[in-house]
Design a protein around this ligand. Sequence first.
Ligand code: AMP
Length: 286
Amino acid sequence: MLLFKKVKDLQKYITAAKSKGSSVGFVPTMGALHAGHLSLVEKAAKECNIVVCSIFVNPAQFNDPKDLEKYPRTEAADIEMLGFSPCDILFMPDVKEVYPRDLNLELDIDFGSLIEVMEGRFRKGHFDGMAMVVKRLLDIVNPDHLYMGQKDFQQFSIVQHLLSQTGIKIQLIMGETIREPDGLAMSSRNTRLTPTLRKMAHFIYEALLQAKDKMQDSSPPEIEKWGMNELSLPNFKPEYFEIVDGRTLQQITDFKRHDFVVACVATWLGEVRLIDNIIMKAPAGI
Ligand code: AMP
């Protein structure tokens, strides 16, 4: 595995590889890597000649400076983990490389309500920062395929919108959510849970599974209400439990009128904010 820290060194390598006909798969991450990230690297390796993984903790997408400060950073372990994976290139730029002073990176894209609902309601500005860094990283890496996780379903939808609005010819591919044995979605933030709270975290995915089971005899609003109630446990502070159309991310009232339905949840567990989702109904091909 090669490690690049400078944009120009990475671009020189990728341009040469692409000129020889290699396809490039890209997995952007913020580090503190786990098996969820690695599953995306492995998926990319099956479908592309060269896999690029980036590690960049993007200050622009943290609305809360304390959250940025506390974000786990495990550089040495990440490099080792990727070294044993099919990752070919690790790109670890510093902030000045990603955001040089003379570059205007503001995006002129109307994301409409996609960025206002769910996470957008509780993390103001988060998706503007996320979209900006994804666009910048895509400009730098110039991949053929981009791999992102279902775990961050709203993020995935926004990036899909970004690609369609800008006309960038990159195929966006979704990787399934990788979970701990008790069902908790793997996340870099899980390491910040205390052992006691970690033992309670399985309730989140269990609520999503039960919500899916309730589809036959309850309406979406009834299930949402049930979900918020179900997660109102000691040490939990659920922010939303929403059943949305998988394309518009708007809450729905009737399962029959939608062919793509996702239940999304965000809750605090102690000091840690966790998100998860489950696809309740999927159109063919998803
Ligand atoms: P992050 O480092 O949290 O920004 O995540 C980098 C990428 O990994 C994003 O596309 C996430 O959706 C994806 N990801 C995070 N957690 C998981 C997981 N448990 N399973 C699969 N993909 C994940």
